[in-house]
Write a protein that binds this ligand. Structure first.
Ligand SMILES: *[C@@H]1O[C@H](CO)[C@@H](O)[C@H](O)[C@H]1NC(C)=O
Ligand SMILES: *[C@@H]1O[C@H](CO)[C@@H](O)[C@H](O)[C@H]1NC(C)=O
Ligand SMILES: *[C@@H]1O[C@H](CO)[C@@H](O)[C@H](O)[C@H]1NC(C)=O
Ligand SMILES: *[C@@H]1O[C@H](CO)[C@@H](O)[C@H](O)[C@H]1NC(C)=O
Ligand SMILES: *[C@@H]1O[C@H](CO)[C@@H](O)[C@H](O)[C@H]1NC(C)=O
Ligand SMILES: *[C@@H]1O[C@H](CO)[C@@H](O)[C@H](O)[C@H]1NC(C)=O
Ligand SMILES: *[C@@H]1O[C@H](CO)[C@@H](O)[C@H](O)[C@H]1NC(C)=O
Ligand SMILES: *[C@@H]1O[C@H](CO)[C@@H](O)[C@H](O)[C@H]1NC(C)=O
Ligand SMILES: *[C@@H]1O[C@H](CO)[C@@H](O)[C@H](O)[C@H]1NC(C)=O
Ligand SMILES: *[C@@H]1O[C@H](CO)[C@@H](O)[C@H](O)[C@H]1NC(C)=O
Length: 475
C-alpha cells in the first residue's frame, strides 16, 4: 500500500516534470528563437517587412516622427484615412518603422494591417485630455469604474471587418504608470481606457507584437466574431498596475488565443459578457473560445478567469496546455447573485500550476455591482465543467469550489489530477454545494461532495453530502 502510493506519487511527479518542461520550454523556445533571430538579423540589416496588402504605406509618408516626443496622432489618422479609401481594393498596410512614436488614441479601419517593425514602439500619450470620451458599454451601463462616459482605447475600432495588428515583435506601450497612480489617488473622473479595443467587428487578428503597461485592460474585443490572438507578449508590473488584464474577450464568439506569454497586474485572461441587469438585457454571450499554449503570471488575480461579469452567459470554452506560475490563483470562475446568465460546457485540459496559492476556484459571492438596480433573484447557472490533467507543485489550496444554496455548482468533473502541496494537509480540497464526480485516483483526495468513479467509469461511491460546506479562506 505504502509502496504503491509512493510509486504513484513518483510517477505523477515525473509526469508533472514532463508537462512542465513541455509547457514552459516550448513557449520560451519560441521567445528565445526570436531573440536569437533578432540578434542575428540586427547585425546584418533590418528585418524585411512582408507585404501583406496590395498597398503599403510608411508612417513617415504622413509626417510621422519617431523621436518619442513629436505627437503622431495626425499622422496615424491620415494613414488610416488613406487606407479607408482602399476598402474595395483589398485594403492597405501601415508600417510603423523602428523608433518611438508618441500618439494619442486613434481609430483603425476595415481591411487594414498595422505592422510594427522590430524596435518600433507606439507610445501612448499620458495626458488624459488627449483621450476622447465615449459612452459606456451597453452591457455594463456604467463606465465600469465611474458612472457616465469612459475614456476610449489607444487603438480603437467599431463596426469593422478584417483588421490585422502584427509585426516583428514591435511594441504598443501604454505608459500606464501615471494612470495607475491617478486611479489610486482617485484623481480620475472617468474609467481608464484599454490599449486595444475593437467593438462590433469581425475577422480580427493580433499577432507577433508586445503590449506593455496598459492604463487599464490590454486587449478588449467587445461583441466581436472570429478573433485570433497568437504570439503576443503582454507585460505589466505584477504589483501596483491595477486592472491591467491581458486579454478580455467580452460577448465574443469564435475566439482563438494561443502561444502567448502574459504577466500582468490583474487577470491574464478574463472571459466576460456584461454586468448584471445591463448584461442580461444586452444578452450577448461569449462562446466558442479556445485558449491554448499559454504561460501566464498573475500575482494579484488569476491566470485565466471567467467573470465576474458574465451576465450574457459563457459557454463552450476550452483551456488547454496552460502553465500558471508565481500567481495568486490558477483558474477562476467568479460570479454572484444578480448576474444571471450561465457558465457552462467548459473543459480545462492539461494545466500546470507552479507556485500558485489557489489552483482552481469557483466563487459565487463576488458581490460587485454597477448599481442597486440588479435583480437579487437573478442567479447564474454554473454547470458541466471538467478538469482533466491538472498537475502542479507549491499550490496551497489546489481546489476551492464555493457554491451556495442559490448558486449550486453542478456536474463538475475531475480526472487525472496530481497537485503537490507545500503547506497544510487539511482543507486543501474545499467544497460547498457541489455536485459532480472524480474519475480514478487524484491527489489530493477530493471532498466528500463528489461521486467517485473508477478509471473505467464505474460508480464506486455516490456522495450523500453534496451540500456540506468546507470552505476556508484563511489560507
Ligand atoms: C518580444 O519582446 C518582448 C518584450 O521585449 C520579449 O519579452 C519577448 O521575448 C519578445 N518575443 C520574442 C518572440 O522575441
Ligand atoms: C520608412 O521611411 C523612413 C524614412 O523615409 C525610412 O527610413 C524607413 O526605412 C521606411 N521604413 C519602411 C518599413 O518602409
Ligand atoms: C473613432 O471611432 C469612434 C467610434 O466609431 C468615433 O466616435 C470617433 O469619432 C472616431 N474618431 C476619429 C478621430 O475618427
Ligand atoms: C475631475 O473633475 C474635477 C471637478 O470637476 C476637476 O477639478 C478635475 O480636474 C477633474 N480631473 C480630471 C483628471 O479630469
Ligand atoms: C510570428 O511569430 C511566429 C513564431 O515565431 C513565426 O512563425 C511567424 O512567422 C511570425 N509572423 C510574422 C509575420 O513575423
Ligand atoms: C467567422 O468564420 C466562419 C468560419 O470561417 C465563417 O463561416 C463566418 O462567416 C465568419 N463570421 C463572420 C461574422 O465573419
Ligand atoms: C506577489 O507579490 C508580492 C509583493 O511583491 C510578493 O510578496 C509575493 O510573493 C508575490 N506572490 C507570488 C505568488 O508571486
Ligand atoms: C458538456 O461540456 C462539453 C464541453 O466541455 C460538451 O462537449 C458537452 O456536450 C456538454 N454536455 C452537455 C450535456 O451539454
Ligand atoms: C456532465 O459532464 C460530463 C463531463 O464533462 C459531460 O460528458 C456530460 O455531458 C455532462 N452532463 C450534463 C447534463 O451537463
Ligand atoms: C443540495 O442543494 C441543492 C441546491 O440548493 C438542492 O437542489 C439539492 O437537492 C441538495 N442536495 C442534497 C443532497 O441535499
Amino acid at each position: 500500500m505504502v509502496a504503491n502510493f509512493t510509486l504513484g506519487f513518483a510517477s505523477h511527479r515525473t509526469l508533472f516534470t514532463v508537462l512542465w518542461i513541455v509547457g514552459f520550454v516550448s513557449l520560451f523556445a519560441w521567445q528565445r528563437n526570436l531573440i536569437d533571430g533578432f540578434w542575428a538579423v540586427r547585425v546584418d540589416s533590418e528585418m524585411e517587412i512582408p507585404v501583406l496588402r496590395p498597398v503599403v504605406f510608411n508612417l513617415t509618408d504622413f509626417g510621422g516622427v519617431g523621436d518619442g516626443r513629436t505627437l503622431n496622432t495626425a499622422a496615424f489618422e491620415k494613414a488610416v484615412a488613406a487606407i479607408a479609401k482602399l476598402r474595395g481594393k483589398g485594403g492597405g498596410q501601415l508600417n510603423v518603422p523602428a523608433g518611438e512614436w508618441l500618439t494619442g488614441p486613434f481609430n483603425v479601419t476595415s481591411h487594414m494591417t498595422l505592422f510594427l517593425a522590430e524596435n518600433a514602439v507606439i507610445l501612448a500619450i499620458q495626458d488624459e485630455k488627449y483621450w476622447p470620451l465615449m459612452s459606456p458599454l451597453p452591457s455594463y451601463g456604467y463606465g465600469r469604474e465611474h458612472h457616465g462616459p469612459r475614456y476610449g482605447s489607444l487603438i480603437h475600432g467599431q463596426h469593422l471587418k478584417d483588421v490585422v495588428i502584427t509585426g516583428h515583435n514591435g511594441t504598443i506601450d501604454g505608459q500606464g504608470e501615471v494612470w495607475w497612480q491617478k486611479h489610486r489617488q482617485r484623481a480620475l473622473n472617468y474609467t481608464r481606457g484599454p490599449l486595444v479595443q475593437i467593438m462590433w467587428s469581425s475577422d480580427i487578428h493580433i499577432s507577433n507584437i508586445t503590449l506593455r503597461n496598459s492604463p487599464f485592460w490590454n486587449i478588449h474585443p467587445y461583441d466581436c466574431k472570429n478573433i485570433t490572438i497568437t504570439y503576443v507578449t503582454i507585460l505589466a508590473p505584477i504589483y501596483g498596475a491595477p486592472n491591467t488584464d491581458g486579454i478580455d474577450p467580452d460577448s465574443c464568439e469564435n475566439v482563438l488565443i494561443e502561444n502567448c506569454y502574459i504577466s500582468v497586474g490583474d487577470d491574464g485572461i478574463a472571459i466576460k459578457s456584461g454586468w448584471d441587469q445591463y448584461g442580461i438585457a444586452y444578452g450577448q454571450p461569449s462562446t466558442n473560445i479556445v485558449m491554448r499554449n499559454l504561460v501566464v503570471q498573475s500575482n494579484v488575480s488569476a491566470g485565466i478567469s471567467i467573470g465576474s461579469e458574465m451576465s450574457g452567459g459563457v459557454s463552450n470554452i476550452l483551456v488547454e496546455n496552460v502553465v500558471v506560475w508565481n500567481s495568486r490563483r490558477g483558474m477562476r470562475i467568479k460570479t454572484a447573485p444578480g448576474r444571471g446568465g450561465y457558465v457552462q460546457h467548459i473543459t480545462y485540459r492539461n494545466l500546470v500550476f507552479d507556485n500558485v496559492r489557489v489552483g482552481i476556484i469557483m466563487k459565487t459571492d463576488y458581490n460587485e455591482h454597477a448599481d442597486d438596480g440588479y435583480d437579487r433573484k437573478a442567479f447564474p447557472i454554473i454547470r458541466n465543467i471538467s478538469f482533466i490533467g491538472v498537475h502542479g507543485r507549491g499550490v496551497r489550496v489546489p481546489v476551492r469550489l464555493h457554491g451556495s444554496d442559490d448558486i449550486p455548482l453542478r456536474n463538475i468533473t475531475f480526472k487525472d489530477m496530481s497537485v503537490g502541496i507545500t503547506y497544510k494537509k487539511k482543507h486543501i480540497f474545499q467544497c460547498a454545494y457541489v455536485q459532480g464526480r472524480v474519475i480514478g485516483d487524484i491527489f489530493p483526495a477530493p471532498c466528500d461532495n463528489l461521486d467517485r468513479y473508477d478509471e473505467q467509469g464505474n460508480l464506486i461511491k455516490r456522495s450523500i453530502s453534496q451540500n456540506i460546506t468546507d470552505v476556508d479562506y484563511d489560507f
